[in-house]
Design a protein around this ligand. Structure first.
Ligand SMILES: [Zn+2]
Length: 379
């Protein structure tokens, strides 16, 4: 889930509140950062890409959500997760309830959403765990689910009987990975978190507000926590052990601060791609020429995504606007020369103005390639 991006969005909303700018390409200049919802011309260019967001958590069939998806010509992959320590959405921690709500979104979305299911890893030491997980996953595959997600609770929360954190390459998950590959579906792996979670508090990091609000995920002061390196090595081991399994690493594969490391992994594992969800600030903070070179080189392995959330308890109108602002700001960064503000640092950043052919891959083609069936599963 994406508490992280929510925090960033809240900062953004707080900043924009009451003085939201209606942007237009002609209004932008080197000194006037652009923000706010799409202008009509921007919207036209965005919708022409047939955009897909492969990382969302929408658990309510709300008309405002569907109207926004329709207006933006947007397809979403709705991801089910199992959480047991989320205090913000305590009623949304029940796996079956979340799964039912997400299926509701898919069925009510008029083709705008498809589903990524999951399994309950907290049951990993129960007899027949793998068998039961595979049965449940296959039930969702039969209904059109296109992917399965593992989450950071594997590596950062769940411990074995000896008190050791279980890791993504734990043999208990092996049959599940084999089953996903056998069904030609995709594994989304959100393992580990930004480096800053393991470092002393740093108010200027893009993640600061997130881990202040979520001490349960702040590994820096947790004794015996698995290191980030150890968790990512386990993820790499999973990639090696399952060469026929397509794996999409959520959040730049948690290598947000080291694009060389990410490039190495993409070079080493042809079955690996990453989504950009909730890590746009890290891309914005790279030297512009470097990030353009990186995106150009790996244009077939990067998938546009946000980690946007829509809960039944949310103010629907406001949430739909937050989503749209996110799409507009991300699009300006990737597609235009506009000056933007990276919210955590306050730094002005110029958009990358990526060519149309690259944008088309990021926003559409790569999602279709890495998640076969993503556009057809809801029909
Ligand atoms: Zn997420």
């Amino acid at each position: 889930m994406k508490r992280l991006v929510l925090s960033l969005l809240l900062i953004y909303m707080a900043g924009a509140c009451g003085k939201q700018q209606q942007s237009s390409p002609s209004a932008s200049s080197a000194t006037a950062p652009v923000s706010g919802p799409f202008s009509s011309q921007e919207l036209q260019e965005f919708t022409a890409l047939d955009p897909i967001d492969t990382h969302t958590h929408a658990y309510t069939s709300n008309p405002d959500l569907f109207a926004m998806l329709d207006r933006l010509n947007l397809h979403i992959l709705d991801i089910v997760i199992v959480v047991d320590n989320d205090k913000t959405h305590a009623t949304w921690t029940n796996f079956f309830r979340v799964r039912k709500a997400a299926w509701g979104v898919v069925h009510n979305s008029a083709g705008h959403a498809s589903l990524c299911t999951t399994f309950d890893p907290y049951k990993f030491n129960q007899p027949d765990f793998s068998k039961n997980a595979v049965r449940e996953i296959n039930r969702d595959f039969a209904q059109g689910a296109v992917a399965v997600k593992i989450w950071k609770n594997i590596g950062m929360e769940i411990k074995d009987a000896k008190g050791n954190y279980i890791l993504p390459d734990n043999p208990v998950f092996g049959p599940i990975y084999k089953d996903i590959a056998a069904h030609h579906k995709t594994l989304i792996a959100h393992v580990a978190d930004p480096n800053t979670i393991w470092e002393p508090p740093n108010p200027t990091s893009p993640d600061y507000s997130y881990y202040m609000e979520h001490p349960e995920w702040y590994m820096y002061n947790k004794h015996h926590a698995a290191s980030k390196e150890r968790i990512l090595l386990a993820r790499d081991h999973l990639l090696e052990e399952n060469p026929n399994l397509r794996v999409v690493g959520a959040h730049l594969g948690s290598m947000e601060a080291n694009f060389n490391q990410l490039a190495q992994r993409l070079d080493r594992y042809p079955n690996f791609a990453v989504d950009l969800a909730a890590r746009m600030p890290y891309m914005m903070l790279q030297p512009r020429a470097d990030i353009i070179a990186f995106v150009t080189k790996y244009q077939d392995r990067l998938i546009y995504a946000t980690d946007n959330e829509f809960f039944p308890t949310d103010n629907a109108q406001k949430t739909a606007l937050v989503w749209e602002d996110q799409y507009a700001n991300d699009w300006r960064f990737l597609a235009t020369n506009d000056m933007l503000v990276e919210q955590s640092s306050g730094r002005k950043v110029q958009g990358l103005a990526l060519p149309q052919s690259v944008l088309r891959k990021l926003y559409h083609d790569n999602a279709v390639k890495w998640f076969p069936g993503i556009l057809g599963s809801s029909h």
